[in-house]
Write a protein that binds this ligand. Structure first.
Ligand code: AVJ
Length: 325
């Protein structure tokens, strides 16, 4: 029987405070303005990201799906996990391929962690008819979600943590190694970590993926302004901002920004905060690092993981890497 009828575990009540604190820290000070990318994923943002995954120019999502279509059996054979914990489960379309392959071998329970309740609904719907899969949904950010998911683990059994979709690329260099270290410390020796990262490729391919001609990525980015209006009582005029995507081949980061087209002041009624923007000033909303294989292996090794398998897509260079704690 499938246990997909479970209600999501509620958020810890700090989602509003977290958003408010990040806005104060990222927009309230004198320095370069920025906001953490997790806030892009409210219900509308999650739906817009789903639309991005269908854009012909955004090869990232389909590349990882091809890897999992071709190699899910192999990957499942290498992992042999009893519990799969996914950080940022989204629609779980790709995850389903891996869970199906695992369930052909032995029973598996699955814990999905996502900040977006609507994404968790999508996770639930995608996995509903997978017989024999126990599903738990956790509405939380990655770290508190991982801790909650691991609290429920018993003495026996092996855990596999999934961090797919190139989400690791959203961390700055130092943060990515700290984050992998935090995952490693929460695991037991013999547990696994499967990471999917987008690999370096020519700038023109990356720029058309992150500044698509239909403007879906622009809408995804601009929705952050609309979300601040909805949830924090801000008075942003989204039409006075423009979506900007840049690629720096030296850092191998694609950066998304929101550029203010004029000098303006924005007020946040629910925060008692006013923010001044100069004409041309930008708010940095996301970095997507484009990895090299050796670079990811070195980061994982530094965090205490041993390499256990590499699977790659060549049409849109993308790496699925398995590590053992
Ligand atoms: C799912 C966070 C990895 O960085 O490529 C897509 C999000 N941003 N288009 C990425 C995203 C702009 C995506 N991640």
């Amino acid at each position: 029987m499938s246990a997909c009828g479970l209600a999501p575990l509620p958020a810890d009540g700090t989602a509003f405070e977290r958003f408010a604190a990040d806005v104060r820290a990222g927009l309230g000070g004198p320095g370069r303005k920025s906001l953490p990318p997790m806030h892009l994923y409210d219900a509308l943002g999650s739906a817009l990201f789903e639309a991005i995954t269908r854009l012909p120019e955004y090869g990232v999502w389909r590349a990882e799906r091809r890897v999992l279509e071709r190699h899910a059996n192999d990957i499942a054979a290498c992992c042999q996990a009893d519990t799969v914990i996914e950080l940022g489960s989204g629609s779980a379309t790709k995850t389903r391929l891996l869970l199906e392959a695992s369930l052909r071998r032995h029973p598996v329970s699955y814990v999905a962690v996502d900040v977006s309740p609507s994404a968790l609904e999508g996770t639930r719907a995608t996995l509903r008819d997978l017989d024999g899969l126990a599903v738990t949904l956790v509405e939380a950010d990655y770290l508190s979600g991982l801790e909650r998911a691991l609290q429920a683990r018993g003495n026996a059994g092996r855990v596999l943590v999934l961090f797919l979709g190139s989400s690791l690329g959203n961390y700055a260099a130092g943060e990515a190694s700290r984050w992998l270290g935090a995952i490693r410390r929460s695991l037991r020796s013999g547990d696994g970590l499967l990471v999917g990262v987008d690999l370096d490729k020519p700038a023109r391919r990356l720029l058309s993926a992150y500044a698509d001609p239909l403007g879906v990525t622009a809408a995804f980015n601009l929705n952050l302004l609309a979300r601040m209006n909805r949830e924090l009582g801000a008075d942003f005029d989204p039409s006075s901002f423009r979506h900007v995507a840049r690629f720096d081949p030296r850092t191998r980061d694609v950066e998304m920004h929101l550029r203010s087209l004029r000098a303006q002041q924005v007020h946040f009624a629910r925060l008692g905060l006013s923010v001044v923007l100069r004409a041309g000033e930008t708010i940095h909303t996301e970095s997507s690092h484009k990895y090299r294989t050796e670079e990811l292996d070195a980061l994982a090794a530094g965090a205490g993981f041993r390499p256990a398998g590499h699977w790659r897509d060549d049409a849109w260079p993308f790496l699925e890497a398995l590590y053992t704690a």
